[in-house]
Design a protein around this ligand. Structure first.
Ligand SMILES: C[S@@+](CC[C@H](N)C(=O)[O-])C[C@H]1O[C@@H](n2cnc3c(N)ncnc32)[C@H](O)[C@@H]1O
Length: 466
């Protein structure tokens, strides 16, 4: 199979019309035809801005890897690629610099068993039953004076009676979000769960997924589920509307969430979740794989690097980061989501250079690149044609070979406009998918695999070897 010119149209295949002369790749975009929740039941554990659908990851995992291969995502977000890889018998490796993304990825690729999750939930309920009065009294004090009442640090295991001066306080907008009873339970659970432990981490990740949303399964109805609104807006809104969150039981909510998550059996293969910068993922991934006795190099990378100046993962998740004990501002200060085009391309080039030592010679590297024309109404300079620039200025100079470009516009536009809502303006964008070979062997493998039939039955009848 050879690369097709960008304007070529084939029935049932992606119609490609690209502004630059990059070859298209004849990949049928079947991922668009799948159900919204296609894939493993762990995927919707918690919403995450700019995540791609599991079906998109599957389109490449099924074509370009075999069971037992390592599949890597250096910007794993909520863990879509590594989870889907593990669910298909591959070793999914996810890396992200955002501790919230790392937590979600880790919860999915090193999940709790259903039994361990249920046992831990029961033990939390029992401890709550004996300590509830103390935590509810603390919640009442917080609501009376949120910004001066000390509460235990997340994960510290401290009982309200052991609080010392100088303990952290609860931001007003957090206190406003919950019924006093729910706040008391959350203060208890937040203090008790240890994020370094597998089962606790899984429960904490499940709670982030039900923390806020507009139905009875969420712990606060103050905000939609997709992202947290600006804290100032929330305070004004709560004052104006005399908002009072309905009473919700954290343990009942979590039990129902666990039922949904365990609708399918967890993947039989554990993956790897790494916390760190994508530029130096290679040595960390190899070391982690070596320790687990796994192959040290990835045969496939499926990733979506940060967008240009659109998403603030800390700011738009402040209620979740509070629950987890992370600092939202610190997260936004660390991540590479605020670059202008040239520094962005230099960043991407460093990432691709850094990836080399963790790739097999015939590795296929799939980059889902979001074009961003406007960010909340303002035009972004250089936001269009980013995939083409990424090829010319980041991938080609690092010796990658281009198999072709695929387009994913409909899904992308729907995804972003839904997220920001009409009054926030539009982040208009088109995703382009750069399919690269690490070498010429990788490029040929990418081209040869493009036309393979993919089984979209889920859960799968059998793992497919291609
Ligand atoms: C477009 S999102 C990826 C979403 C992912 N595909 C999913 O389905 O959830 C980009 C990710 O890059 C992460 N990120 C930003 N700068 C980073 C860096 N220097 N190293 C690693 N991850 C980074 C962000 O935290 C974010 O999760």
């Amino acid at each position: 199979m050879s690369a097709r010119p960008t304007t070529h149209r084939t029935a049932g295949q992606l119609a490609l019309e690209l502004p630059l002369e990059l070859p298209g790749i004849a990949l049928a975009p079947e991922w668009k035809a799948q159900q919204r929740l296609w894939g493993h039941s762990f995927h919707p554990m918690c919403s995450y801005l700019a995540s791609f659908p599991a079906a998109l990851a599957h389109a490449f995992i099924a074509r370009y890897s075999r069971p037992g291969d390592v599949v890597l995502d250096p910007f794993s977000g909520r863990g879509t690629t590594p989870l889907q890889a593990c669910a298909e018998g591959r070793i999914g490796v996810g890396n992200d610099l955002n501790p919230f993304a790392h937590l979600l990825t880790a919860a999915k690729v090193e999940p709790a068993t259903r039994g361990a999750a249920a046992t831990r939930l029961t033990s939390l309920r029992l401890t709550w039953n004996s300590e509830a009065a103390d935590w509810l009294a603390l919640a009442e004090r917080v609501l009376a004076a949120p910004e001066t009442t000390g509460v235990p640090v997340a994960g510290s295991g401290t009982h309200p009676s052991e609080l010392v001066a100088g303990a952290e306080t609860v931001p007003l907008e957090v206190a406003l979000a919950f019924h006093p009873y729910t706040l008391g339970q959350l203060l208890f659970v937040r203090t008790t769960l240890r994020l370094a432990e597998r089962t606790d981490r899984f429960l904490a990740a499940g709670i982030t997924g039900i923390l806020h949303g507009k139905s009875a399964s969420y712990l606060s109805e103050l905000m939609p589920n997709t992202f947290s609104m600006a804290p100032r807006y929330v305070r004004d809104f709560a004052r104006r509307t005399e908002f009072a969150s309905p009473k919700r039981d954290v343990f009942d909510g979590l039990a129902a969430k666990l039922d949904r998550l365990f609708r399918q059996i967890p993947p039989s293969v554990d993956g790897v979740a790494l916390l760190g910068d994508a530029r130096d993922v290679a040595p960390r991934a190899r070391e982690a794989l070596r320790r687990r006795g796994r192959p040290e190099r990835a045969r496939l990378v499926v990733t979506s690097p940060p967008y240009l100046r659109v998403v603030k993962y800390g700011y738009y998740n402040w209620l979740r980061t509070w629950f987890l004990g992370f600092d939202a501002r610190e997260i936004d200060a660390t991540l590479d989501d605020a670059h202008h085009r040239e520094p962005y391309l230099a960043f991407l080039r460093d990432v691709l250079a850094g990836l080399r030592p963790v790739l097999t010679d015939d590795a296929v590297v799939v980059l889902v690149i979001g074009d961003v024309e406007t960010d909340r109404g303002r035009r972004i300079q250089g936001g269009v044609g980013l995939a083409e620039r990424a090829w010319e200025q980041a991938a080609e100079p690092e010796g990658y070979r281009l198999a072709g470009v695929a387009l994913d516009d409909i899904a992308a536009v729907r995804k972003m406009t839904k997220l920001w809502g009409p009054e926030a303006g539009r982040a208009t964008k088109t995703d382009r998918i750069l399919v690269l070979g690490a070498t010429e062997a990788g490029r040929r493998r990418a081209l040869a695999g493009a036309s393979l039939d993919v089984d979209w039955t889920w859960p799968p009848r059998a793992l497919r070897a291609i």
